[in-house]
Design a protein around this ligand. Structure first.
Ligand code: ZN
Length: 113
């Protein structure tokens, strides 16, 4: 499980932001999570409740926005949903790359002053 370090980095970002803003409490944290990201939001929430305890971010609500996976053909630039073969549905090319769905980052933090 690698959600713990991921969750710790979210907490660090949130606390840094809260300190810079002179906040007394972190209320909401908006996290973008790609469909292909191997992190699981339930696990992040689980660790969050433990590590955020006794910090400004204790009790903050985590919001997860899922980004659908998308691939792009290197040959014809067609963008498509990943399929089983990982082949371009337009030209059949195998030179495809993942262009969306692997994201994992903090999009926004709402604090209370
Ligand atoms: Zn193609």
């Amino acid at each position: 499980m690698h959600e713990l370090p991921v969750t710790q980095s979210i907490l660090q970002i949130a606390l840094k932001h809260a300190n810079e803003a002179g906040a007394t409490r972190v209320e909401d944290i908006h996290i973008v999570m790609g469909e292909l990201s191997s992190s699981v939001d339930d696990s992040v929430q689980f660790y969050w409740d433990i590590i955020a305890k006794d910090t400004l971010a204790e009790g903050a609500t985590l919001h997860f926005r899922r980004v659908p996976a998308e691939m792009q053909c290197q040959a014809c630039s067609e963008k498509f949903r990943p399929n089983d073969e990982y082949l371009c549905p337009k030209c059949g090319g195998a030179q495809v790359k993942i262009v969306a769905g692997e994201e994992f980052y903090v999009e926004a933090i709402d604090v209370d002053k």
